[in-house]
Design a protein around this ligand. Structure first.
Ligand SMILES: [Fe+2]
Length: 504
């Protein structure tokens, strides 16, 4: 069983973390990185990540961490050399903001106002048509078939070229599936089948969460998205208020869906389509009575298992892993205790405060912890938790151990919401940290011919604003003990990145 080992105390009085929430410019071409250490010869490929890169349009600021315009980053590794490149994704939100020089599309926590230059009639019709749903795909990037898509959590995903970082096209999932959006954390099977989950505000105001399935690359080279379908539905605990869902679990034979007390007030959400001054954040509320519900469904065929578990209230963003073990399903989660929505604490103004203020604000927020729960499959009645110390942005040896009994999880230590260390957890904990350095989610890449689960490297983008010449670097660590293998430093700042992938 995992145990908590360290009590952390890291201070950031210099406030260097504020730099990761600042706008930057894209690059005209890839720039060389200065490598120290020795990058393994087999590590040839691209680290692709996305995050906010533009935090204001002219003098109009974005307010929330999830509002800045999507910037795609790429570190290319070849023959021990590394280059860095980045481009803004040409979403409608970005292109129209650039054209009209104002915020045109409402983002997660920032409301777009109609063009003041338009006359009263055209403004009226803008309201009548409602708020446009954002395609600002700043959250993650993942493959579907032979293609790569950047995404947020709406019904729009954006096809990008992982080599040139060019934007190819915007895809509306509503054209293929009955969902109102899907998460930025799909699961992918070794053959390329993609599963995801999304809210469905169905006919007759019925509410459900749909698991969708996108098949692997097609022999006839057609787009697998065209053959996507809803596989199974989870019912909603409340008639008009679906829970916010950020990720889900998948074992070899089951889907695990955790329904948390963070709710979307659907009536508010739908009426906001015609009400001035509303954004997505305005539509969330907490249910302080329901606690948290666990649901299960079988994968093949996709069938809902009509038994629920209830436990105490928590926020959940990231599943670590789930697997079947002797009649149990083990569900490992990064949770935040309580029903108060953690995103309420992620406004940029809070995150850019001085350190003492950041600390104070974070103490009032739900506190993070990692939970391991065991659920008996046949007789769904027992549920036990073990809490271990906190980390977020969890990663595992996904290719080999997703849905399987595993030992190692990797994560980003968040000290009062500021990323300042990388963890690997098992019976022991290893940590990488450096003064005034802010790492990103560590991605695991397995060594060729690896025999052990942790044989490979971790890759993280680290920002170190104190260093004037080379303020950011790609860090490559041994996944076995978090010792440094190499770093590739660049002479530009890199803003915060949320999620990403390694493309061999
Ligand atoms: Fe996420």
């Amino acid at each position: 069983m995992w145990t908590s080992v360290f009590i952390y105390s890291i201070e950031h009085p210099a406030g260097g973390y504020k730099k990761i929430f600042e706008s930057c410019e894209e690059l005209a071409e890839p720039i060389p990185a200065h490598v120290s250490g020795k990058i393994p010869a087999w590590l040839t490929g691209s680290l692709l990540r996305v995050g906010p890169g533009l935090f204001e349009i002219g003098d109009e600021p974005f307010y929330h961490l999830f509002d800045g315009q999507a910037l795609m980053h790429k570190f290319d590794l070849k023959d021990g050399h590394v280059t860095y490149y980045r481009r803004f994704i040409r979403t409608d939100a970005y292109v129209r903001a650039m054209t009209e020089k104002r915020i045109v599309i409402t983002e997660f926590g920032t409301t777009a106002y109609p063009d003041p230059c338009k006359n009263i009639f055209s403004r009226f019709f803008t309201y009548f048509q409602g708020i446009e749903v954002t395609d600002n795909c700043l959250v993650n990037i993942y493959p579907i078939g032979e293609d790569f898509y950047a995404c947020t959590e709406t019904n729009y995903i954006t096809k990008v070229d992982p080599d040139t970082l060019e934007t190819i096209k915007k895809v509306d999932l509503c054209n293929y599936l009955s969902v109102n959006g899907v998460t930025a954390h799909p699961h992918t099977e070794p053959d390329g089948t993609v599963y995801n989950i999304g809210n469905c505000f169905g006919k007759n105001m019925s509410l459900a969460y749909n698991i969708v399935k996108i098949p692997p690359p097609q022999d006839d080279k057609s787009d697998p998205i065209e053959k996507s379908k809803v596989l199974v539905q989870f019912p909603s605990s409340e008639r008009f208020k679906p829970s916010y869902v950020h990720s889900f679990g998948m074992t070899e034979n089951y889907f695990v869906f955790v329904e948390t007390p963070v709710k979307i007030n659907l009536l508010k959400f739908l009426t906001s389509w015609s009400i001035r001054g509303t954004n997505y954040m305005d539509c969330f509320e907490s249910n302080d009575k329901m606690g948290t519900w666990f649901h299960l469904a079988t994968k093949n065929p996709g069938e809902y298992i009509d038994h629920k578990f209830r436990t105490s209230a928590f926020n959940l963003f990231h599943h670590i892993n789930c697997y079947e073990d002797q009649g149990f399903i083990v569900v490992d989660l990064c949770t935040w205790k309580g029903h108060d929505f953690v995103y309420n604490y992620l406004y940029l103004a809070n995150m850019r405060q001085n350190w003492e203020e950041v600390k104070k604000a974070a103490m009032r927020a739900p506190q993070p912890e990692v939970q391991i729960s065991k659920k008996k499959i046949e007789n769904i009645s027992s549920l036990g938790f073990v809490c271990v110390s906190a980390f977020e942005f969890p990663q595992i040896n996904y290719k080999k151990y997703c849905g399987k009994n595993y030992t190692f999880a990797y994560g980003l230590g968040l000290n009062h919401f500021v990323p300042d260390r990388l963890n690997v957890k098992s019976k022991e904990t290893w940590i990488w940290q450096e003064p005034d350095a802010y790492p990103s989610e560590p991605l695991f890449v397995q060594s060729p011919d690896a025999k052990d689960e942790d044989e490979g490297v971790l890759m993280s983008i680290v920002v170190k604003p104190g260093v004037t010449q080379r303020p950011a670097f790609l860090l490559i660590l041994s996944a076995t003990d978090l010792t440094e293998i190499a770093r590739a430093e660049v002479d530009v700042m890199i803003p915060v990145t949320l999620h990403g992938m390694y493309k061999p």
